[in-house]
Each structure stands twice: as structure tokens, then as C-alpha cells.
Design a binder for this molecule. Sequence first.
Ligand SMILES: [Ca+2]
Length: 430
Amino acid sequence: MSRLFLILVFATTVVLTAQRPNILLIYTDDQSHRTVGCYPESFDWVRTPNIDSLARNGVRFAHAYIGKWHTGTDTGMGLDWDYQIVWNRPGFTDNSRNYFNDQMITFNNGQTRLVEGYSTDNYTKWAIEFIKDGKGRKDETKPWYLWLCYGAVHGPYTPAPRHVGDYTNAVVPIPKDIFDPRPGKPSWLQNRSAFRERDGEIMSGKMTFADAVRQYHEGVLAIDEGVGRLVAALKESGQLENTLVVFTSDQGFAWGQHGVRSKLAGYDATIRAPLIISMPGSLPRGQVCERPVGGVDLIPTFHRFAGIELPWQMHGHDLTPLLRNPQAAWKHPVLIANTWNSFGSDTAVIPADGGFRAGIPWYVMLRHGRYKYIHSLLENEPARHSYQGASSDRYSPTCMASAVARINGQCCSKVGRWLVQSSRIASFLS
Ligand SMILES: [Ca+2]
């Protein structure tokens, strides 16, 4: 993510009551759901006891699509937040690759200094100082909103020194389609792989594929420890029962699935993120919600818990019904649209060349019930769709048509019209 807020505190202007909870959003970077032990798709050697504990004390969403976005230079410092500590990448571009060590940090007083040490641990420490000691809080009688935005486990996937080698002996399965052919996939994905073979070993750049995957997972271990320390800080300060804790990531990351080493394509292997929401005493514990949900759903949910009216109509939907009953019916599909840095009217015309960047074209992904639909916005490229689960599912494909029309009509109108008018989507829906 390019807006790298580290710790951000929402400026509340509402009249507060004791019932309104604090909100802690723990937001990691490029962390696949496969790196979290309580997700059944994780390798059996993955250890995330603290995140797993959060799931045992809350609701785990099996299918979450949060969404990566780039909004340019951060202009929010001192404007939108009561208090923040931020890795100032836009201001210090020479430091922009230091995801894990020696970051240029701008503090709330506007001063910037180089902070040594492992970034994940530093962020955890600052968050605990805010939660437990009230450091940076203007009015301790008010509930707070804290966005803890870890840079981990983004490349270069550097583990904390204490975790280097923790997964040395882990057996890393090789995805079956890491190399060609990939029948049934879009044309742009048919003949490519981010990996190569050398002397019988699959390589990821200069590392072996297995070592790269191990290192990626080792980079998660300090996040997991951070989650444990944050929950302990909430408990020790008597705030655990009155804090909505949300753990998620902006998107996942594919390691070899479909030949990809990327976070950008519309596949679950690439973008599906963990999402766990916990508030012991108020929300169910140990529940799994199979309904697909999106990042845009978090904003109305936070407003609902904070008791604040939405300031305008939004695309997402308050998740409270699913948090109360994870098996509840849910009619809202999830849309992920990739148009790179083009938004609004800039998406009126789909680029003739597909708008490829990093080898990925513009696309629209829709997930609803047990159906998933991906359409690369390329000429002569058929829509791809899949269905997971039993045929007894009561989902009607016509819902997808209205969902495409409705959602795209709101957020990406020209692309939406192109999709709905397309004979290709019509054949899919028939
Ligand atoms: Ca990311």
C-alpha cells in the first residue's frame, strides 16, 4: 500500500456513551490467508497461535477480499487524525524499501527521525503505548479507533532476527500449476511463470522456491506475537470486552499458484486475505462465516459499532448481522475491480491493450455465495467462473446479473455497462 499510515487515530466528534466500543484494526500487508494456522488452506506447519486465539474468541471469515489501493502521496498527516506515527515513505523515498528495518518515522509533533530496530516490533510497541498507557489519546473518556498498519509481510519478507530459520525444515508443497500448461486459464496466463528450474530445483529469483515460501511465513511470526501482545494489553487495561478487534490484510499473495508470484490477479490464491473479528462478550466465539465479504464492508461496520451515521451512501454493508449469526443469509456480493491507477471517469474507456501492468490486465472479480466470476477486460477473452460447494445451494445465477449491474453502476459505471452489455457475460449467465 502506498498510503503507509502506521498508527492513526480517528477524530471522533460524536456524543459518546459507555456502550460504544473502541475499535482496533490490525492491518497487515500482502499476508495471504494461507499464512494463518486457523485457515484450513494453511500448511500444516504454520504456527500462528495468537491469531488463532483471536479466531477462537471471535468470527473468522473464510472468504475475505479487502482490496489493495494506491492513492498517491499521503496528505492526511495533521489533518484527519488526532494522533499518528507514520513511516514517511513519500517524504523520504530513499528509505522506501526499508519495510523491516531503519525506517524514517514522522511523529505526531511533525519531527522525523530514523528509528532502528525491526519495524513490526516497533509498531506493536507504539500501539501498546497508545492502548495501555493512553499515549497520544486526547480524551481518555472517549472510545478510540486505532489503525495499526503493519508493513509486514510485504517483500522482502524479512523475518525478525529471532525467527530466522524457524521454518527451515518445513516441507513446502509445489503448486501443481506452477509451470505451464494451464488449460482453462485466460490467455494472458497460459504461458508464463515467475519461477524457473535450475539443477532440478525450483527457483524464486536467487532463492529456492521452498526457502522463499519459508521466509515469507517466518515474516508473519512477529505479527502473530504482536497480536498476542496487543490482546494482552487490552486485557490488562480492562478494555478487551469493550474493544472490537479486527485482524486482516490488504490482500494475499500467490506463491506459485497459476505460476504467479504476485498479489495482483483476481484469484483467491493471489488476493484472498484473512479476516477475523473479535469482541468477547458481545460477539460469538469460535464461529466461521462462509459468506464472502469485502473491505468496503468494514467501514459501515465500524460506523455501526461507533454509533455514527454513514455520511454518504457507501458500497459496503454493515457486517453486524453476520457477526451476530455467521450463518445468516447474506445477499450482498463482493466486487473487486482492478483498473490500476485509473478511477471514476478515467475508467470510461477500457484500454485497447487491456491496460496491462505487471503482466495483469484490467479485470473485474465478483464473488457471491459459492460462485466466483472473473472477467479480464480483454477482447476475445471469455468470462471465467467457478462454483464451490453443493448443487443444493439456493443461489440463482440471475442474482449475479443484477449484482454486476447494481454494483458497477455505483462505482465503475462504464466498466459495468460494458460488462453487462457484453455477450460474453450473457452467455455465462444463461
Ligand atoms: Ca499489499
